[in-house]
Design a protein around this ligand. Structure first.
Ligand code: GLN
Length: 480
């Protein structure tokens, strides 16, 4: 059973009509994974036994004539910073290598409740810090379109698993682009919901004011289906929102004519790869052809976004990661006194990038520098939000490239962390402002690497984003 070319809806229909059994699909999928994953390396943990058990009980329910849920028997992958009870949740870190989650994240609980079968936990940059999956403490995931290139990050394993047919959808997390950037590099759809749309319960915290769980999938329809399932208020996360959950799936075909789409001029300057630019320009033309009104806009504080993000994200990370002290979770080194024990645990448990962020964040929060760095960054964050608020007075959505380049080579940016940070230039503003954003495939460059287009909208306008993306997908035909 090859997942290429099959959608979740088709698969569920095949089960419903008893053309296929869930068990045969899931066990065939694990054969595929055995063949594909030694090259791609998307998974940290495979959950074969549990998945087959779920498959058998679903088959029994189908045989007894039960109605089945929208994701019944659909194989999904979960980023390894999202907890599943009794399964290791490593966060791609030595610190948590042998830590087993005591509870299941709400988003996973809801997906499983809708029938999804979790096949495994996917690789990521340690604690979500990175843009290439090269910061995983365990191994590098490879881009299925070119094994010498990165899949993007930090949800690189999730994106690669969908792109290579090892799952039909996946959960990722996005703090500064970690769903959208790997989706763009791997040629799949990636949606970062509005901050608060999806519960963060069970997502290991990186930068709590920006972290958000969202789906990666082959097509927009699956992203809409997944969002409808995982959204909504959760008493375990006080920042989750009770805002109405749209009918994201049925809304896909509502008309988009006369939707006003803004093109921010700041996203087309300087270091944008010419081939990416051309693809985005033809995407703009395509929307014009669909009857949308295109307008140039300005988001003037964009140039400060990287500096602002890397101060706020590091500050929050330094505070969140203080809990890994060798006492409560995971790795624990010995020492002659508590100070030495903490130091040794944190030195051997955290990789270079994580330590760099903790140091930067601690510095930005320290007494003499708090106002100069952290407080100032918070003020600029407000200015970035105001740019968007002003823009959304005149347009309904904003269209940009997802990334300045296509997937880069493994090792290309590891020597210079600043180079790596710069690859996030188009994705981080959305997190600073708490907005929803989606990356949709918009073609391939001359060497066959996928290019991604990003659409942004006002808070809780996921329905509009999905609809625009769906029309674009139908008209463009860039789906894998
Ligand atoms: N690349 C960004 C970072 O390293 C974003 C990470 C993320 O969204 N988790 O912080």
């Amino acid at each position: 059973m090859n997942l290429k070319g099959i959608t979740a809806e088709k698969l569920v229909a095949l089960y419903r009509n008893r053309d296929l059994s869930v068990t045969e699909v899931i066990s065939g999928l694990f054969d595929d994974i055995e063949r594909i994953d030694p090259n791609v390396r998307a998974f940290i943990t495979l959950m074969r036994d549990r998945a087959l058990k779920d498959a058998r009980s679903l088959d029994a329910r189908i045989a007894s004539g039960d109605t089945i849920e929208p994701f019944a028997g659909v194989p999904v992958a979960v980023k390894d910073n999202i907890s599943i009870r009794d399964v290791a949740t490593t966060c791609g870190s030595r610190m948590l290598e042998s830590d087993v989650a005591p509870y299941t994240a709400t988003a996973v609980e809801r997906l499983r409740g809708a029938g999804a079968i979790v096949v495994g936990k996917t690789n990521l940059d340690e604690f979500g810090m990175g843009s290439s999956t090269e910061n995983s403490a365990f191994f590098v995931t490879r881009n299925p379109h070119d094994l010498d290139r990165v899949p993007g990050g930090s949800s690189g394993g999730s994106a690669a698993s969908v792109a290579s047919g090892m799952s039909l959808a996946a959960l990722g997390s996005d703090t500064g682009g970690s769903i959208r950037q790997p989706a763009s590099f791997c040629g799949v759809v990636g949606l970062k919901p509005t901050y608060g749309r999806v519960s963060r319960y069970g997502l290991v915290a990186f930068a709590s004011s920006m972290d958000q769980i969202g789906p990666l999938s082959k097509s927009v329809r699956e992203a809409a289906m997944a969002l409808a399932v995982i959204s909504g208020l959760d008493h375990y996360d006080s920042t989750s929102s009770g805002a109405r959950i749209g009918d994201y799936v049925r809304g896909l075909d509502r008309p988009i004519k006369e939707t006003r789409i803004g093109i921010p001029k700041e996203y087309f300057a300087g270091n944008l790869d010419p081939e990416v630019r051309r693809k985005i320009e033809s995407a703009i033309g395509l929307f014009e052809g669909l009857g949308c009104a295109i307008e140039e806009i300005s988001l003037p504080h964009t140039e400060y976004a990287i500096a602002t993000y890397y101060i706020i994200a590091a500050a929050e990370a330094s505070s969140n990661l203080a809990r890994y002290d060798g006492v409560r979770y995971g790795l624990s080194e010995t020492g002659r006194n508590p100070g030495e024990m903490y130091r040794r645990t944190r030195m051997s448990g955290f990789g270079t990038e994580v330590r760099r962020r903790i140091l930067l964040g601690t510095y930005a929060l320290s007494a003499g520098y708090y106002d100069a760095y952290y407080n100032r960054a918070l003020k600029v964050r407000t200015l970035v939000l105001r740019d968007f608020q002003k823009a959304f007075e005149g347009v309904d959505a904003i269209l940009t490239p997802t990334t300045p380049t296509t997937a880069f080579r493994i090792g290309e940016k590891t020597a210079d962390p600043l180079e790596m940070y710069l690859s996030d230039v188009f994705t981080i503003t959305c997190n600073l402002a708490g907005l929803p954003g989606i990356s949709v495939p918009c073609g391939w460059n001359s060497t066959g690497l996928p290019v991604g287009m990003q659409l942004l909208a006002n808070h809780f306008q996921e329905g509009l984003l999905l609809r625009l993306a769906h029309y674009f997908e139908k008209a463009g035909g860039f789906t894998l």
